[in-house]
Write a protein that binds this ligand. Structure first.
Ligand code: PRP
Length: 214
C-alpha cells in the first residue's frame, strides 16, 4: 500500500491574485505545494509500478492539469488513455453519471493507474472502477489529487492521495464550477455567493443532448 501523506494546506498568508479575489475566498493549495506533492506522488507510483508496462487511464475533464504534471515525472514506459465521465447534476452536487467517452486501449493483463482530480461522494469512482475491472487488468491502482472524505456516500478509497481536504467547494487546477476556474494555477475555495450565479453547468446541458455511452 502506498504511503499516504497529506501535507499542510496553504495558510492564510497566501493572497488570492487580484484577478480572482472577487470570486475565490482563499487559496487552499498553492502552485508550489501542488508541484512538490505531485513530484512525491510520482515517486511513489514509480516505485510501485516499476518493471511493468502501465496504462494510465485519466477521467475527463478535471484531471487535465494534474495528469500533465504527474506523468511528466513518471520515468516509466506508459500508455495513456481517457474515459469521459460526467455528472448530470448542476452546481456543486454530484448527480447521475453519463459516460461520454470510452477507452480505446486494451487494458487486459496490464497494470492500470486510474487518475481522477477529486474523490468526493465517491459516486464517480464507484461506477468507473468496476467498469475497468471488468476489462481484466492485471492490477489497478487509483490515484486522486484531492480527497474529501466528509462527503463520501460510496465505499471507495484511493491508493494515492495528494491532499485530504475539508468539506469546502474547491476550484482551480482543473477543477471547475460551471466549467469555469479550471485554469487557475492553484486550488482555491470558491466564495459561496458564486454558487447561485449559474443555475446549470453549460456542459451539463450539452451532455444531456449527447447519447450516453453504455
Ligand atoms: C468531478 C470530478 C470527479 C468527480 C468526483 O467530475 O472530476 O470525477 O466529480 O465527484 P464524486 O466523487 O462525487 O463522484 P465532473 O462530473 O464534475 O466532471 P469534470 O471532471 O468534467 O469536472
Amino acid at each position: 500500500m502506498a504511503k499516504r501523506v497529506s501535507p499542510k494546506l496553504a495558510g492564510p498568508l497566501m493572497p488570492v491574485p487580484a484577478r480572482w479575489r472577487d470570486e475565490v475566498e482563499r487559496i487552499l493549495i498553492t502552485d508550489r505545494q501542488l508541484a512538490h506533492r505531485i513530484y512525491e506522488m510520482a515517486g511513489e507510483i514509480e516505485r510501485d509500478f516499476a518493471g511493468h508496462e502501465m496504462v494510465v487511464v485519466s477521467l475527463l475533464n478535471g484531471t487535465v492539469m494534474f495528469l500533465g504534471d504527474l506523468i511528466r515525472h513518471l520515468c516509466l514506459p506508459l500508455r495513456l488513455d481517457f474515459m469521459g465521465v460526467s455528472s448530470y447534476g448542476a452546481g456543486t452536487e454530484s448527480g447521475d453519471l453519463v459516460f461520454t467517452k470510452e477507452l480505446r486501449l486494451d487494458v487486459a493483463g496490464r497494470d492500470v493507474l486510474l487518475v481522477d482530480d477529486i474523490l468526493d461522494t465517491g459516486k464517480t469512482l464507484s461506477r468507473v472502477i468496476p467498469k475497468l475491472q471488468a476489462l481484466r487488468p492485471r492490477r489497478m491502482k487509483v490515484c486522486v489529487l484531492l480527497d474529501k472524505p466528509a462527503r463520501r456516500v460510496e465505499k471507495v478509497s484511493a491508493d494515492y492521495v495528494g491532499f485530504t481536504i475539508p468539506d469546502v467547494f474547491v476550484v482551480g487546477y482543473g477543477l471547475d464550477y460551471a466549467e469555469k476556474y479550471r485554469n487557475l494555477p492553484f486550488v482555491g475555495v470558491l466564495k459561496p455567493e458564486m454558487y447561485g450565479k449559474t443555475a446549470e453547468k453549460p456542459a451539463t446541458r450539452l451532455v444531456k443532448k449527447l447519447k450516453p455511452v453504455q
